[in-house]
Design a protein around this ligand. Structure first.
Ligand code: GLU
Length: 505
């Protein structure tokens, strides 16, 4: 069994936008697959037609494309184990339902929803199991010819799993160790419904994990209660030799308190809980996404990787390749991970600093265009390079910090504290000397300006920096003055200097 090739899967149900917790689950599966030279499958679990939401599958696929998480096979990827959409596998499931029925490990039940409700009203904590089966309408309590007659006359039925009570069921969990649950607390779960001829999640999930040769099931903690049932199903089919190992990942918790992270926390505190912006087709509601909010995909993955796992050192910044090397599923925490979205912004800031200016420029260019600025890519890159050091969390924060690169200050207002403080008695005279000096330069590079200006400063003892900034920027922000002047070029620098002198005197 240990020689089997590692195969893991991410198996979302297309019931809406992909939650950020689902992204973390997929990431951990991806890291596990890659570090074991294994394969990663993308399966769509859409057997519950009542919860199907159009567009959700496409949304999930696009999310992973954006994040740079690649699957080896599955919906939209193809592969040898398809189809990978469960709604296209009906006939496969029917065969396995029949196998369980023939072996006496499952049975047919005719109880209508009304009958079940009546029982629940009659018996406190009613559970459909070994202790109550006999009083219900099923193939165990009814005579065989009665069962056939009911089916032939078109009565709807479900197939239930026959759980044997009083047995300790062991779930081998890579994070939680040996999890033991007594089968008596489990109910006879519905595996199949004749009404839509579809299996339920549990049956489809197990049959597919088996047929797709899944070796490790890595998923959210909310599935832990289903795991004993899954173990029993594997056994009922006689597949115990290929039973996967399980890993139930810790919950993502609210940033500021107890309980599970929800979309409402995001709305309340102002952070996205979805990778991409989501337009709910039913309600029309639009929810923000990490992509549209200006996060870099690498920053999102790095942030998520550390929610529930750490490399055992202080290292926080990790490329995907490094994560593949360092990740250890057995070292994931059992306790929930607080969703520290402020830390998420910190990761974005760090990744902006690490990125090449050329990679950041297109996004800033979009913002410039929206503000009516047309610049060359070279100029956009130069501005990003000068200004990203200002510790911005998002590229969009650059615009108010650097509008002056593209728009000359119109008026110079003494209302502005920086102007008032720094445009002193001698400023006009000093700036006109500086302007003459700069005008005499043929080379307007940073180095050339620096040599000339420093010499002048040394000879005269003047302090030109702040009035120079007043003239070029109109207030107290921006990069180094040589860099700014070199960016603006000689003509524009002189124009702004002379205009300031004229207006401010
Ligand atoms: N379809 C389930 C989900 O939506 C899959 C759970 C599992 O991985 O077994 O998360």
């Amino acid at each position: 069994m240990s020689e089997r090739k590692v195969r893991v899967r991410f198996a979302p149900s297309p019931t809406g936008a992909l939650h950020i917790g689902g992204v973390r689950t997929a990431l951990y599966n991806y890291l596990f697959a890659r570090q074991h030279g294994g394969e990663f499958i993308f399966r769509i679990e859409d057997t519950d037609s009542t919860r199907f939401v159009p567009g959700a599958e496409e949304y999930i696929i696009e999310s992973f494309k954006w994040l740079g998480i690649e699957f080896d096979e599955g919906v939209s990827y193809g592969g040898q184990h398809g189809p990978y959409r469960q709604s296209e596998r009906r006939d496969i499931y029917k065969k396995y339902v029949k196998q369980l029925l023939d072996a006496g490990k499952a049975y047919i039940a005719f109880d209508t929803p009304e009958e079940l409700d009546a029982k629940r009203a009659e018996i406190q904590n009613f559970q459909y199991d070994a202790s109550t089966r006999a009083m219900m309408r099923n193939s165990l309590s009814l005579a065989a010819d009665e069962v056939s007659a009911l089916i032939e006359s078109g009565h709807q039925y479900v197939v239930r799993f026959k759980i044997e009570p009083g047995e300790d069921v062991h779930v081998n969990d890579m994070i939680r160790g040996d999890v033991v649950i007594n089968s008596s607390i489990l109910d006879d779960k519905v595996l199949y419904k004749s009404a839509d001829e579809l299996p339920t999640y549990h049956l489809a999930n197990i049959v597919d994990d088996h047929l797709m040769e899944v070796t490790h099931v890595i998923r959210g903690e909310e599935w832990l209660p289903s795991a004993p049932l899954h173990v029993l199903l594997y056994r009922a089919f006689g597949w115990e030799d290929t039973m996967p190992s399980f890993a139930h990942l810790p919950l993502l918790l609210k940033p500021d308190g107890k309980g599970k992270l929800s979309k409402r926390d995001g709305d309340r505190l102002g952070f996205p809980v979805f990778p991409l912006e989501w337009h709910d087709p039913k309600s029309g509601e639009v929810s923000s996404g990490y992509r549209e909010s200006g996060y870099l995909p690498e920053a999102v993955l790095n942030f998520l990787a550390l929610l529930g796992w750490n490399p055992g050192t202080d290292q926080e910044i990790m490329s995907l390749e490094e994560m593949v090397k360092l990740f250890d599923i057995t070292k994931c925490s059992k306790a929930g991970a607080r969703f520290d979205y402020v830390k998420g912004m910190w990761f974005n800031k760090e990744y902006i600093l690490m990125k090449d200016n050329s990679e950041l420029a297109p996004e800033f260019d979009k913002i410039l265009r929206a503000n009516g600025i047309v610049a060359t890519m070279e100029q956009v890159e130069a501005v990003v390079g000068m200004m990203k050091m200002k510790k911005i969390n998002f590229i969009k924060e650059l615009w108010p910090l650097c509008d002056f690169f593209f728009i000359a200050p119109e008026t110079y207002s003494m209302e502005d504290k920086f102007v008032r403080k720094n445009w002193g008695e001698t400023a006009a005279a000093d700036m006109s000397e500086l302007a003459d000096l700069l005008e005499s330069l043929t080379d307007f590079s940073v180095a050339s300006q620096q040599t000339a200006v420093e010499k002048w400063v040394e000879e005269t003892g003047k302090k030109p920096w702040n009035p120079w900034r007043v003239a070029l920027v109109g207030t107290g922000k921006g990069p180094d003055m040589y860099e700014l002047s070199a960016f603006l070029g000689k003509e524009e620098t002189l124009r702004r200097l002379r205009k300031a002198i004229e207006i401010l005197k």
